[in-house]
Design a protein around this ligand. Structure first.
Ligand code: FMN
Length: 430
């Protein structure tokens, strides 16, 4: 039996884009009390509060990045972002990191790397690199695609990036270069720019060194927004995955930055896995919260609550059956767009967490694995596999959020590092 029976298959993406247009209107005519309370991030209500003009221009169109999905290589591709946007209208979505060199060398083939559907706004392009000319050219080429912000990767520890490539987190050791890079990027775009970094590298892991990095980059470039993955990176040969678990999280560094750089905007990242924790991070003062693995592995449990619990806005109201109906239309429209790519497996990959901890999840994954080999359309893939999931799951609205560590930051003030004293002379002679 076809699992979509009873629901119209004549769905398209237009409702989402019209939602964005509605959001624009809604934002301009007033936002909820809850949002007013939170409007300190990128305020359009109090002109004095604005961190910089470009950010305010963005905020006129979209709600601010109180919640964002982290850039994740091979994960936050067009397929995942399409799914994420069907579940949350307001989450800010980051692309995977694209090397500036790739953008430059693929100049004749840019759509494949940079194109996305308009429904994905607000969307941030993350670029990486260590060559100023390439960064400038890549930013200029990306302008045509209308990203809402350009983010510069100063956090990736992979040997290919931080080792051979000499960029990613290695750049934290050279804040002056990062400032130059950010200036070059900012000059070549008309949207806000931001940096995503760690709290340190190897032995360069003191709070003061982190502050020096933030101070130099923010004073010598137009960077006003920093996303802090709150653990250091180890460049001693451990894998990128181990670099996301072995170095301990030090949220006290993040909250120290909030205290010591009140004129800047900071988004916290790393180890946040529930709505309770997102709310707790904001309550403790974080301007924005970025979630990576949890938003990918449990998209329904996290993204399903973002619009209501974080933005105080209505939920999309879609059930997973309805999400998948729309995703099927998307999937079949892009299947084989570049010869053999993307294939059913690639398009279905972000869906594998959609039924996490639900009845039928194990069977659905096994069926999906077998179906990848045989089915050539998303429609037939869904017809074959979704029989594993009970109707009661497919048609259920988003359930209550799974409880998390609501007290995660409760004692943060008592463990903050000593206040940073900026060393002006270092900046003058940097
Ligand atoms: C598969 C994978 C790929 C990643 N790729 C990137 C990347 O391209 N750029 C980047 O800045 N961070 C990347 N990260 C790191 C995440 O953006 C994030 O900082 C990290 O996972 C910690 O957040 P989390 O604990 O919420 O997952 C990646 C993480 C994962 C799991």
């Amino acid at each position: 039996m076809m699992k979509f029976a009873g629901c119209s298959l004549a769905v398209s993406f237009t409702p989402i884009s019209s939602n964005i247009i509605k959001n624009r209107c809604r934002f301009s005519i007033g936002i909820s009390r809850r949002n007013l309370y939170k409007s300190r991030f990128f305020s359009v209500h109090n002109e004095k509060e604005k961190p910089h003009d470009k950010a305010v221009r963005v905020a006129k169109y979209y709600l601010p990045p109180w919640f964002s999905v982290a850039p994740m290589m091979d994960w936050t591709d067009n397929h995942y972002r399409t799914l994420a946007r069907l579940i949350s209208k307001h989450a800010w979505l980051y692309t995977e990191m694209l090397a500036a060199e790739t953008i430059v060398y693929q100049e004749g083939n840019l759509d494949r790397f940079l194109a996305y559907s308009p429904e994905q706004h607000p969307i941030v392009l993350q670029i990486g690199g260590s060559n100023l000319e390439s960064l400038a050219k890549a930013t200029e080429l990306a302008n045509a695609y209308g990203y809402d912000e350009i983010n510069f990767n100063c956090g990736c520890p992979s040997p290919r990036v931080a080792g051979h490539g000499c960029f990613g987190v290695r750049l934290m050791l050279d804040p002056k270069f990062v400032a130059e890079a950010m200036s070059v990027i900012a000059v070549n775009t008309n949207v806000p720019v931001s940096v995503k970094c760690r709290i340190g590298v190897d032995d360069h892991d003191s709070y003061n060194e982190l502050c020096d990095f933030i101070y130099k980059v923010s004073s010598l470039s137009p960077t006003k927004h920093f996303i802090i993955h709150s653990r250091k990176a180890l460049l001693n040969g451990i894998s990128p995955a181990e670099n996301r678990t072995i170095p301990p999280l030090k949220y006290e560094y993040f909250y120290g930055l909030l205290r010591d750089f009140p004129e800047l905007t900071f988004t916290i990242n790393g180890g946040i896995t529930s709505i309770d924790e997102i709310n707790a991070a904001q309550k403790a003062g974080a301007h924005g919260v970025m979630v990576g693995r949890a938003a990918y592995n449990y998209p329904w449990q996290i993204l399903g609550h973002v619009d209501t619990a974080i933005y105080g806005a209505p939920s999309s109201g879609l059930t997973r059956r309805q999400v998948l109906e729309q995703y099927q239309v998307y999937g079949d429209s892009v299947l084989g767009k570049y010869g053999a790519k993307p294939n059913v497996r690639e398009i279905a990959k972000p869906l594998l967490g959609l039924f996490h901890s639900e009845p039928g999840n194990g069977l659905w994954k096994r069926k999906a694995d077998a179906a990848f080999r045989h089915f050539t359309t998303m429609k037939s893939f869904f017809e074959e596999t979704l029989v594993a999931i009970p109707d009661s799951v497919l048609d259920a609205p988003v359930a209550e959020p799974v409880p998390g560590r609501a007290d995660l930051f409760a004692n943060i003030d008592s463990i903050l590092p000593p206040p940073y004293k900026s060393r002006e002379e270092d900046i003058l002679y940097a």
